[in-house]
Ligand binder design. Structure first.
Ligand code: SF4
Length: 61
């Protein structure tokens, strides 16, 4: 599963980073998403919890 992040839509609410800090991280000033650090269910939930809709998933990787 691949997670796409739209920087133009993100409200920087930090919900994703607070919910799954091992997945959603800021490294060297860049927002990175490590999908290997959580289960698919956890990832799907975090996408739903994003208040802005900036996170979307695509199953083909
Ligand atoms: S939860 Fe959504 S709006 Fe908040 S920082 Fe993450 S991607 Fe951006």
């Amino acid at each position: 599963m691949k997670i796409n992040w739209d920087s133009n839509v993100c409200q920087h609410a930090g919900v994703c980073v607070n919910t799954l800090p091992n997945v959603y991280k800021v490294e060297d000033g860049n927002f990175v998403i490590d999908t290997s650090a959580a289960t698919e269910e956890e990832l799907q939930l975090s996408i739903k919890q994003c208040p802005s809709g900036a996170l979307t998933c695509s199953s083909e990787d």
